[in-house]
Design a binder for this molecule. Structure first.
Ligand SMILES: [Zn+2]
Length: 99
């Protein structure tokens, strides 16, 4: 189940599920909000959430605008694959992440 909110730095970013035309997800920076398109297969939904979270990270840490979409897409695809194919990695990350 998708988290209803995610904390990043001083922000709490709401995560909402609602239909989006032409995208699986979207990140709004001000005020921060992530919207995920409903009824995606689990792995695609996970990839969409990670993708939008990386946009939030990109924004929060003031990374340069150029190549943002390309970098976020590649990183989200890579992180999604790592998490899906490595259950022991997921377990380690969950156990090591504190709250
Ligand atoms: Zn994007």
């Amino acid at each position: 189940m998708l988290p209803r909110r995610v904390r990043l730095g001083y922000q709490t970013i709401p995560v909402e599920v609602m239909p989006i035309e032409g995208a699986n997800g979207v990140y709004h920076s001000s005020p921060p909000k992530i919207i995920i398109h409903p009824d995606q297969p689990t792995r695609e939904e996970m990839n969409s959430l990670i993708h939008e979270l990386l946009h939030a990270v990109w924004d929060h840490f003031n990374l340069p605008d150029e190549n943002e979409e390309h970098c976020v897409t590649s990183l989200a695809n890579g992180v999604t694959e790592l998490l899906c194919r490595n259950p022991k990695l997921r377990e380690y990350l969950c156990q090591s992440s504190g709250d």
